[in-house]
Write a protein that binds this ligand. Structure first.
Ligand code: GAP
Length: 450
C-alpha cells in the first residue's frame, strides 16, 4: 500500500485537473452530448459540494464572523438604468479584432497584432481594434423592441448599491458596515480557455464595505490584509499567492485604487480576487440616475454624506479551480506506488468521512452501515464496500476525503474502528463513540503541508 516516508511530487497541469474532474464527477463540459459549449461548465455530484462548501466558508467568514456585515440576494436582471448609472453600458468593453480571412475573434490585448493569425496563419489579416460590450442582453416581455432591453448582470455588486438605502433603513447597520452577496454573473468573454478560469457564466462572492470618506485608505489596507489571511486559513500555500497593484492603465472605470490577489495557476499567475477602492462613484451615479437621495445620516455627529466603498470581489467558480490546483498532488510513495491526492481543507472536501468495511460478512457490513448513518447528521459521508482496501483508500484520496474509517472483526469485539488520515496516511484505533469528536479535532488542527 506504500508509505509516505519519501514523497516526490509531480507538477499539476490543467490537463490532469480537467481529466480528474471529469473522471470523478467534479466538473463536466456543458452540453457535452451535443459537442459541448465554449466557456460553460457543469458541476457534478462532487463538484457542487465542493463549490457550495467554498461558498459557505466565505459566507461564514464575511457575515457570521463579522460584527457589521449583512447579507443580500438581489435578482440577476435589474432595471436597465442600473447599468447606465454604473457605467457598464458605456465602459464595460474589451478591445477586439477579427481575422478578415477566417473570421476568428480575439482580444487585441491578448495577442500580438503584428504576428500571423493564431487560428489560420494569415498575415496582416486583423481588423482595427473595436470596443465590444461584454454584457449579455435580452428582452423582457413578448416584444423585442429597444425599450424592453434588459441585461444579465456582469457583476453582483450593483444589486448591493441599488439596495443600499433599503438595507440602511431596515437593518440598523451603522457605518462602517458591509453588505455581502454570492451569485451568478455573466460576461460575453471573447477568450474562454483554461477550463473554469474564465467562463461566460460564473459566480462571484462580493462584499461592499461602506465607510466615511477619508477613512477609505485605512479600510482598504484592512481588507487587503484580511483577505490574504483568509486564504491562509483555507490552507492555500503562501508562495502561490501574491498581490498585484493595478497601474493607471488597468484600473476599472469605477476604481481609484485596486489590488488583485493573484494565484499561480497551472497556466501562470492570474487574478483570483480584486480589492477595489470605489469611492462614492456608484452611490453618486445611482443617486443621479434614480433621482433618490442615497446619503447616509450619522445619528451621532449629525453629518450627512455619501459613503465611500471598499469592495472585495472573488470569483467562486475561479476559487474552485484555485482550490483544486492547490490541493492536487501526485505522490510517489516508497515502493514505487503513486497516489493522486487532493489535500483539500477538511471543511471544503466534498466527502468528509468514508466508512469502509474490511469484509462484508459476519455482521461487519451492518456495523459499518450503522456507523455511516450515525455520522451523516454531522458530516458529509460516503459508504464503500467494494474492492481491495488499498484501492478504496486511493479512490478517497483522489477526491480529497480527509478521513477513512475501517470496520473489521475487532470492531465486533471492542467497538473500536481504525481512522486513517489522508495527508499523513497514518492510522489510529479509536472507539466508535469518539469518532465525531476525533474528526472535529482533526478539522480544527488542519494545516496544509507547505
Ligand atoms: N465587482 C467588481 C468586479 O466584478 P472583476 O475584477 O471584474 O471585479 C471580480 O471580477 C472577480 O470575479 C475576479 O477576480 C474573478 O475571480 C471573477 N471573474 C471575473 N470574470 C470572470 C469570468 N469570466 N469567469 C470566471 N470568473 C470571473
Amino acid at each position: 500500500m506504500g508509505s509516505k516516508k519519501e514523497v516526490k511530487t509531480k507538477e499539476v497541469t490543467m490537463e490532469k485537473l480537467v481529466s480528474l474532474c471529469k473522471r470523478r464527477g467534479i466538473v463536466y463540459q456543458s452540453s457535452e452530448i451535443y459537442g459541448g459549449m465554449a466557456g460553460a461548465w457543469d458541476y457534478g455530484p462532487l463538484g457542487v459540494k465542493l463549490k457550495n462548501n467554498i461558498r459557505d466558508y466565505w459566507w461564514k467568514e464575511m457575515t457570521q464572523l463579522q460584527d457589521n456585515i449583512v447579507g443580500l440576494d438581489a435578482s440577476i436582471m435589474m432595471h436597465p438604468k442600473v447599468w447606465e448609472a454604473s457605467g457598464h453600458v458605456d465602459s464595460f468593453t474589451d478591445p477586439m479584432v477579427d481575422c478578415k480571412e477566417c473570421k476568428a475573434r480575439f482580444r487585441s490585448d491578448h495577442i500580438d497584432l503584428a504576428a500571423a493569425c493564431p487560428t489560420c496563419g494569415a498575415k496582416d489579416s486583423f481588423t482595427e481594434p473595436r470596443q465590444f460590450n461584454m454584457m449579455f442582453s435580452t428582452h423582457l416581455g413578448p416584444v423585442a423592441e429597444s425599450g424592453s432591453i434588459v441585461y444579465l448582470r456582469p457583476e453582483t455588486a450593483q444589486g448591493i448599491f441599488a439596495n443600499f438605502k433599503n438595507v440602511v433603513q431596515t437593518s440598523r447597520v451603522k457605518i462602517p458596515f458591509g453588505i455581502a452577496q454570492v451569485g451568478k454573473a455573466f460576461r460575453n468573454e471573447i477568450t474562454t480557455k483554461n477550463f473554469i478560469f474564465r467562463t461566460v457564466e460564473f459566480e462571484q462572492m462580493e462584499m461592499q464595505f461602506f465607510v466615511k470618506p477619508g477613512d477609505d485608505e485605512k479600510w482598504f489596507a484592512y481588507w487587503k490584509d484580511s483577505r490574504i489571511k483568509y486564504y491562509g486559513r483555507l490552507g492555500i500555500r503562501k508562495e502561490k499567492l501574491k498581490f498585484h497593484q493595478h497601474g493607471s492603465d488597468e484600473l476599472a472605470h469605477y476604481a481609484k485604487d485596486a489590488f488583485d490577489i493573484e494565484y499561480e495557476f497551472p497556466m501562470g499567475w492570474q487574478e483570483l480576487e480584486g480589492i477595489h477602492s470605489r469611492t462614492d462613484f456608484d452611490l453618486s451615479r445611482h443617486a443621479e440616475f434614480s433621482g433618490k437621495d442615497l446619503t447616509y445620516l450619522d445619528d451621532q455627529t449629525h453629518e450627512r454624506y455619501l459613503p465611500y466603498v471598499i469592495e472585495t470581489s472573488a470569483g467562486l467558480t475561479r476559487t474552485v479551480l484555485m482550490v483544486l490546483s492547490d490541493a492536487y498532488e501526485e505522490e510517489e510513495l516508497e515502493g514505487g506506488d503513486v497516489r493522486t491526492v487532493l489535500h483539500f481543507h477538511p471543511e471544503l472536501a466534498p466527502i468528509t468521512v468514508a466508512v469502509l468495511p474490511l469484509v462484508k460478512k459476519d455482521g461487519i457490513k451492518e456495523i459499518a452501515e450503522g456507523i455511516e448513518k450515525n455520522l451523516r447528521e454531522d458530516f458529509s459521508t460516503f459508504y464503500d464496500q467494494s474492492g481491495a482496501i488499498g484501492r478504496r483508500y486511493r479512490r478517497m484520496d483522489e477526491v480529497g476525503t480527509p478521513y477513512c474509517v475501517t470496520v473489521d472483526y475487532d470492531t465486533k469485539e471492542d467497538n473500536t474502528v481504525t481512522i486513517r488520515f489522508r495527508d499523513s496516511m497514518e492510522q489510529e484505533r479509536i472507539p466508535i463513540e469518539k469518532l465525531a469528536e476525533r474528526i472535529r479535532k482533526a478539522n480544527k488542527e488542519f494545516r496544509r503541508e507547505q
